[in-house]
Ligand binder design. Structure first.
Ligand code: PEP
Ligand code: MG
Length: 585
């Protein structure tokens, strides 16, 4: 009989295969006393074990760079940084000296201290870093226990092509081992979608459902499983009809992926000849090459806060270097650098400003340009770096979360002031060429667009925020996720207004929120008048395919019929109606 289990959505994708429950080779962390004269040797043991774990992590980082791209490598680099941080090995060495205990136990004591510190902070991101530190300590303890680090899955078969692994939880390390062995999918009892294991699964494309309570006891070894990552569901021992349904879905999705590859190199033009511009969203220079291969004409959103979320705030030189490597990767195509968008769910822990912490309503508080215009020193460094980088290639500067035109004017005059400073200091810059754009994410800015747009060279709609603010539904609160609807008539109305106003004022407009990269909304955005889409690189080929199969005139007409109430909106959504209209055109 089918058993349906649900968990957290991490990586969409379907996996079908046999369950293999893996038991972790938990190591015993024993405590024993050592004599004074053994202290130095015990500290040596600890240092050697940490070094060996480091060698293993370096090796893994190299392998992951090939198989999972830069983000896979970066996750392991974070672990390496934790391993090298004085708060781990040196502090554990102090425990050995002061408490005369063995290295394994000293690490355990230090782990407890670090975890207790993490727990005092009410923050999902920090909590997921807690998982990382536990994993790093376990690895050193494994070496001390004379186990091979990173090979804790000794009971897992070498070839896992038709196997879905079921585990209590997995480290990124372990997931990488499973990926190497071709695992079809993974189910875990614990773990958060923010964790590095989840991030890695997404970049490697391993279907994964996390947080399936008691999965190991409910799923029998060897039984058939179907995992639907898009819905976070796992079916154990599925009945024939479910299995058939998913086998079909899986082969459709394989065929679909292959057909997308054929679109590489083709122009993004609609059936009725409208030429569209596709741009990529990027957080790191490393994401750019692939985006260009898949047809991006530039970067429409470079999220600069990524650099600030890594640790200490980057200084001017580090920022220049970061932006210049993105410019170089773009080989002449434009880079749109969004100025710092910190606040609400985006935390940069090294930025400790009054008003960022203990804010009663962070999404409505000091965020993005509001923070930048208050913390001028921070902002000026970024503007200097952006202007200096703009000497190396085409750069646009984009301001997030604008509410009033006064903010635009303030940023403009700061840019001018910065330009004069750079001139007097003899720095090169490309200020004359640099266009200044604004993000439309606050409903009031969308409604009063005309005032704002007069001072801007281009606009980009951040639908992720525009939707949350229009519907008063926090984008990260699962309790109100059912209200977060990109097709709500209020949202559609605002989008239509923004595109029409921008067209009338002849100010270029794009969308860089998730809606632009979601194929379900491509026809809707085309019908609403959008011609420039900026999206995560993974979606470029898919969105391009929909564009090439759309007659923009036909979907516009269909939208007009829908707006006039000529269709039954109780049986389908607007985007489904437009897909249907195209099908029957
Ligand atoms: C948006 O809000 O749509 C957007 C692109 O910005 P972010 O998701 O980074 O807030
Ligand atoms: Mg936003």
């Amino acid at each position: 009989m089918t058993l349906a289990l649900s968990g957290q959505i991490v990586e969409p994708g379907i996996a079908i295969g046999q369950a293999h429950n893996i038991q972790r080779n938990e190591i015993e962390i024993g405590e024993y006393r050592i004599a004074d004269e053994q202290v130095d040797a015990e500290i040596d043991r600890l240092i050697h074990a940490a070094a060996e774990a480091g060698v293993h992590l370096e090796d893994l980082a190299r392998r992951l760079k090939k198989s999972a791209g830069a983000s896979g490598e970066e996750i392991i680099r974070t672990h390496l940084a934790m391993l090298e941080d004085s708060s781990l090995v040196q502090a554990s060495a102090r425990h050995i000296r002061e408490q005369l205990c063995n290295a394994e136990w000293a690490l355990q004591l230090q782990l407890e201290t670090l975890v207790a510190e993490f727990r005092t902070i009410d923050d999902d991101y920090i909590r997921s870093r807690e998982e990382d530190i536990v994993q790093v300590v376990r690895m050193v303890q494994q070496v001390l226990a004379a186990e091979q680090p990173g090979k804790p899955l000794s009971d897992v078969p070498d070839r896992l092509g038709h196997t879905l692994v079921v585990a209590t939880e997995l480290t990124p390390n372990e997931l990488a081992v499973l990926h190497d062995r071709g695992v079809a999918g993974v189910v875990t009892e614990h773990g958060s979608p923010y964790s590095h294991t989840a991030i890695l699964a997404r970049s490697m494309g391993v279907p994964l459902v996390m947080g399936v309570r008691r999965a190991q006891s409910l799923i029998t070894e060897g039984e058939q499983l179907v995992l639907d990552g898009a819905y976070g569901i796992v079916f154990a021992d599925p009945e024939e009809s479910i299995l058939r349904h998913y086998l079909q879905k899986q082969s459709e999705s394989d065929r679909y992926r292959k057909s997308l590859e054929r679109g590489r190199g083709r122009p993004a033009a609609s059936l009725d000849g409208e030429a569209l511009v596709l741009l990529a969203n990027a957080e790191r220079p490393e994401d750019i090459r692939r985006a260009l291969e898949d047809g991006a004409e530039g970067v429409g959103l470079f999220r600069s806060e990524y650099l600030f979320m890594q640790g200490l705030p980057p200084d001017e030189e580090a920022q220049v270097e970061h932006y210049v490597s993105a410019i170089e990767a773009l080989e002449g195509a434009p880079l749109t650098i969004r100025t710092l968008d910190i606040g609400a769910d985006k935390k940069a822990h090294a930025l400790e400003f009054e008003g960022l912490r203990n804010n009663p309503n962070p999404a409505l508080g000091l965020r993005a340009v509001r923070l930048c215009l208050r913390e001028m020193d921070l902002f000026k460094v970024q503007l200097r770096a952006i202007l200096r980088a703009s000497a190396h290639g085409p750069v646009h500067c984009m301001i997030p979360m604008l509410t009033t035109d006064r903010e635009v004017l303030a940023v403009r005059s700061l840019i001018e002031e910065t330009r004069l400073e750079l001139d007097s200091e003899g720095y090169d810059h490309g200020a004359e060429r640099m266009r200044l754009g604004g993000m439309i994410e606050v409903p009031a800015a969308a409604l009063a667009l005309e005032r704002m747009a007069r001072h801007l060279d281009f606009l980009s709609v951040g639908t992720n925020d525009l939707i949350q603010y229009t519907l008063a539904a926090d984008r990260v609160d699962e309790n109100v996720a059912h209200l977060y609807d990109p097709q709500h008539p209020g949202v559609i109305h605002l989008l239509e207004h923004v595109f029409a106003t921008a067209r009338r004022l002849q100010v270029p407009v794009s969308v860089c929120g998730e809606m632009a990269g979601d194929r379900r909304f491509t026809r809707l955005l085309l019908a609403l008048g959008l011609r420039e889409f900026s999206m995560q690189p993974r979606s470029l080929l898919e969105v391009k395919k929909v564009i090439t199969e759309t007659d923009v005139g036909a979907v516009r007409e269909a939208l007009a019929r829908w707006t006039a109430g000529e269709c039954d909106s109780s049986t389908m959504t607007l985007s489904q109606f437009l897909d249907n209209a195209q099908l029957h055109h």
